[in-house]
Ligand binder design. Structure first.
Ligand SMILES: NC(=O)c1ccc[n+]([C@@H]2O[C@H](COP(=O)([O-])OP(=O)(O)OC[C@H]3O[C@@H](n4cnc5c(N)ncnc54)[C@H](OP(=O)(O)O)[C@@H]3O)[C@@H](O)[C@H]2O)c1
Length: 178
């Protein structure tokens, strides 16, 4: 198990065969050191459980807190996962479990409901845009026109998706399970 404070975790003297590894997911050097350690000691990783996370307190929100939340919840998890992929693929299981949450959109929905606010999570789908400069590749891979996504956003704006506020939706009336 990766932990930020190795000494503190070791002092709890966890019973069982649990092994501890220093890991701070917001620090590149720590991620690379943990990956090297795993490679040298185990040579593989059957299951990666991305559990590290923190929660933003909306009332105290400032750039610093938001940056820290992204460092842990998004950047750290993505960098750690990408770094460990060779070890995961070297295992039998090849499993990745991301502890996540549908709470963000729902929480905001509840928070704004009494004031008539509505919140959707929307996936635009695989469409042709300038995203990471892959326009030609996207066309070749069968991506559709971005107008299909825009139409779906327009449907939300025009109130056609009001009953689906608080959910995760996509184009073509698709409801994406959380
Ligand atoms: N609890 C819920 O209701 C709930 C609901 C939906 C999703 N989740 C998700 O479930 C996961 C676990 O949350 P939890 O409820 O168990 O919260 P928690 O008790 O606060 O645990 C969060 C864990 O993340 C670790 N962590 C934070 N920043 C880190 C960093 N930079 N590097 C490495 N580890 C870091 C913490 O380590 P330290 O011990 O060193 O602080 C702690 O062990 C989170 O991803 C959370 O978003 C929780």
């Amino acid at each position: 198990m990766g932990v930020r404070n190795l000494e503190k975790s070791q002092s709890r003297k966890p019973q069982s065969t649990l092994g501890l590894l220093a890991l701070h997911v917001s620090v590149d050097e720590s991620i690379h050191a943990a990956a090297k350690n795993l490679e040298a000691t185990l040579g593989r990783l059957d299951v990666l459980v991305n559990n590290a996370g923190n929660q933003i307190q909306p009332r105290l929100l400032a750039h610093g807190q938001l940056r820290e939340a992204f460092e842990i919840n998004i950047y750290g998890t993505v960098i750690l996962t990408q770094t460990l992929i060779p070890l995961i693929l070297a295992s039998q299981g090849k499993n990745i479990i991301n502890l996540s949450s549908e709470l963000g959109t729902r929480q905001l929905t509840t928070h704004l409901k009494d004031q008539g606010g509505k919140v959707w999570s929307f996936c635009p789908g695989f469409v042709v845009t300038n995203l990471v400069g892959q326009r030609k590749y996207r066309v070749a891979m069968g991506a559709q026109s971005s107008e299909t996504s825009v139409q779906a956003v327009l449907d939300i704006v025009e109130g056609k998706k009001n009953v689906e506020a608080g959910t995760f939706i996509g184009r073509y009336d698709v409801r994406i399970p959380w």
